[in-house]
Design a protein around this ligand. Structure first.
Ligand code: G
Ligand code: G
Ligand code: MN
Length: 396
C-alpha cells in the first residue's frame, strides 16, 4: 500500500527532486518512482490522490500510464509535465480528459515552482471545501479573455447523457452537457462559466461552436440518435440561427429532427416575443424544441400552448422525490397528463433508481434520463455504453 497523497513519476532524478521539494513546501508528502511500472505494480493506490507524471520515459510512456491510471485508479487527479512540444502535451491532455481523469494542469518544462504549487494548493482548497471540482474557486475569477481563449483553443467539450424509451428501453438520444477542460483549473462544470458567457454575449459563439462539434461527432459515429442541446435565451436573438444550423446539418448530412434545442421555461417567458420568431422558424426547418426544467418556471398554460415545442422535460427535483413525497408525485402525474393532452413527448430527468424507472413506465412517461442509465460521458464512450445497456436489458 502506498500511503502518500502525491506520487511523482519521472525518469529524470533532478526534476523529480525539484518537484518533490515544491510538493513538500505545498504541504504534501510525496513518493518518487523513476519507472512508471514500479508505481503501477503496487496493489493498493487508494491513498494516492495526485499523480505528477512526466510524459516521456524510456520504460513505459506517459500515454500508456494515463490509460492504465484511468482504468485502475480513476479517483486520481493528474498533473502532466513534459519538455516536449506543446502540441503533444495538448494531445495527452485531451486523452486524459477523454478517459475521464481529472486533470489539474499541464506544465511545460522548465516551469516555475509557483505554477506547480498553485495547482497543488488549488486541489487542496477544493478538496477541503468538500467539492470535487469545487464550485468554490480558490483562484482568481474567470475572465472574459480566458473564455475567449477557450473558444479559440477548443477547450469546450460536449459530454453526453443518454435518454431511453420507457416503452421499449431503446436508446433514443443524448443530452449534451458542456464541460470546459481548462489548462490549469481542471475540468469545469457549466455553472462555473455559463453565467459569464451569458453576460459577455460569448454564449452565442460558444453554442454555435458546440453544435458544430456535436454534429461532426454524430456524423463520425453515424449516429441516428437525437441530440439535445441546452440553449440560453440570448442565442435566439440571432435572427439567422435557423439558417446557420441548417447549414451545419446539411454539411454533416444529418436530419434537422435529430437536434432538440432545450430551453428553460423561465428563459423563454422572459424573451417570449423576441424569441418566438426564431423558435417558429427553427420548427419550420424541422429542428425540435423542448422545455427544460418544467415545473420550476412560471409559464402559463396559454403560453405553453402557444410555443412550438415538441417535448417537455419534468424537472428532476420532482422525479427524485416522487417515491416518498405525495405532492411531487402529483406534479409528475399531472405534467405527464398535460404533455399527452398537448401531444408532446415527456422526458423524466434525474432517474436515479430502477424503482423510479419502473414507476415512470406505469405512469406513462415516454423517456427517461438520469444516473440510473448513465452519467454524462465523452462521445468515445457512447458505443460501449449502448452495448452495456442492451446487455443489461436483454438479461432482464
Ligand atoms: O451536468 P451539469 O452540471 O452539466 O449541467 C448543469 C447545467 O448547465 C444544466 O442546467 C444545463 O442546462 C446547463 N448547461 C449544460 N450545458 C450547457 C450549454 O451548452 N449551454 C447552456 N446554456 N447551458 C448548459
Ligand atoms: O438543467 P438541466 O436539466 O439541463 O441539467 C441537467 C443536470 O442534471 C446536469 O447537471 C446533469 O449532470 C445532472 N443530472 C443528470 N442526471 C442526474 C441524476 O440522475 N441525478 C442528479 N442528481 N443529477 C443528474
Ligand atoms: Mn437540459
Amino acid at each position: 500500500m502506498l500511503n502518500t497523497p502525491v506520487v511523482i513519476v519521472d525518469d529524470d532524478l533532478a526534476v523529480a527532486d525539484f518537484v518533490a521539494e515544491v510538493t513538500r513546501q505545498s504541504g504534501f508528502q510525496s513518493r518518487h518512482f523513476l519507472d512508471g511500472r514500479e508505481f503501477l505494480d503496487i496493489a493498493d493506490h487508494r491513498q494516492v490522490k495526485i499523480l505528477i507524471l512526466d510524459l516521456m520515459m524510456p520504460e513505459i510512456d506517459g500515454i500508456e500510464m494515463i490509460r492504465y491510471v484511468a482504468d485502475k485508479m480513476p479517483h486520481i487527479s493528474l498533473i502532466l509535465m513534459s519538455g516536449i512540444d506543446a502540441s503533444i502535451l495538448h494531445a495527452a491532455q485531451e486523452l486524459a480528459v477523454e478517459h475521464g481523469l481529472k486533470l489539474l494542469g499541464v506544465l511545460q518544462k522548465p516551469f516555475h515552482p509557483d505554477r506547480l504549487s498553485k495547482l497543488l494548493l488549488d486541489w487542496k482548497k477544493d478538496h477541503e471545501a468538500g467539492g470535487i471540482q469545487g464550485s468554490r474557486f480558490s483562484d482568481s475569477e474567470i475572465s472574459e479573455s480566458e473564455l475567449r481563449e477557450a473558444l479559440v483553443n477548443k477547450q469546450l467539450k460536449p459530454y453526453y447523457q443518454p435518454q431511453v424509451s420507457l416503452n421499449n428501453h431503446q436508446v433514443l438520444g443524448f443530452e449534451v452537457l458542456l464541460r470546459w477542460q481548462h489548462p490549469s483549473r481542471g475540468l469545469l462544470a457549466p455553472m462555473q462559466f455559463i453565467p459569464l458567457a451569458e453576460q459577455t454575449g460569448l454564449i452565442k459563439e460558444i453554442s454555435l461552436q458546440l453544435i458544430e462539434q456535436v454534429a461532426r461527432q454524430w456524423s463520425q459515429f453515424n449516429f441516428i440518435y437525437t441530440v439535445s442541446v441546452n440553449m440560453s435565451a440570448a442565442v435566439f436573438s440571432l435572427l439567422d440561427l435557423p439558417e446557420q444550423l441548417e447549414i451545419v446539418f446539411k454539411k454533416y448530412h444529418l436530419d434537422p429532427s435529430q437536434l432538440i434545442l432545450e430551453i428553460t421555461e423561465t428563459a423563454i417567458m422572459e424573451e417570449l416575443v423576441k424569441s418566438l420568431d426564431c423558435l417558429t422558424r427553427l420548427r419550420m426547418k424541422g429542428f425540435q424544441l423542448s422545455i427544460d426544467d418544467f415545473g420550476t418556471g412560471y409559464s402559463s398554460l396559454v403560453q405553453l400552448h402557444q410555443l412550438p415545442v415538441s417535448e417537455i422535460k419534468i424537472d428532476m427535483q420532482f422525479i427524485k422525490k416522487m417515491e416518498y413525497d405525495k405532492e411531487a408525485l402529483a406534479i409528475v402525474e399531472t405534467v405527464i397528463l398535460l404533455a399527452k393532452k398537448l401531444g408532446h413527448n415527456v422526458v423524466a430527468e434525474g432517474v436515479e433508481t430502477r424503482k423510479i424507472y419502473q414507476r415512470l413506465i406505469e405512469l406513462g412517461a415516454d423517456i427517461a434520463q438520469g444516473y440510473y442509465l448513465a452519467r454524462p460521458m465523452p462521445a468515445e464512450e457512447i458505443e460501449n455504453w449502448i452495448q452495456h445497456w442492451q446487455n443489461m436489458m436483454d438479461s432482464e
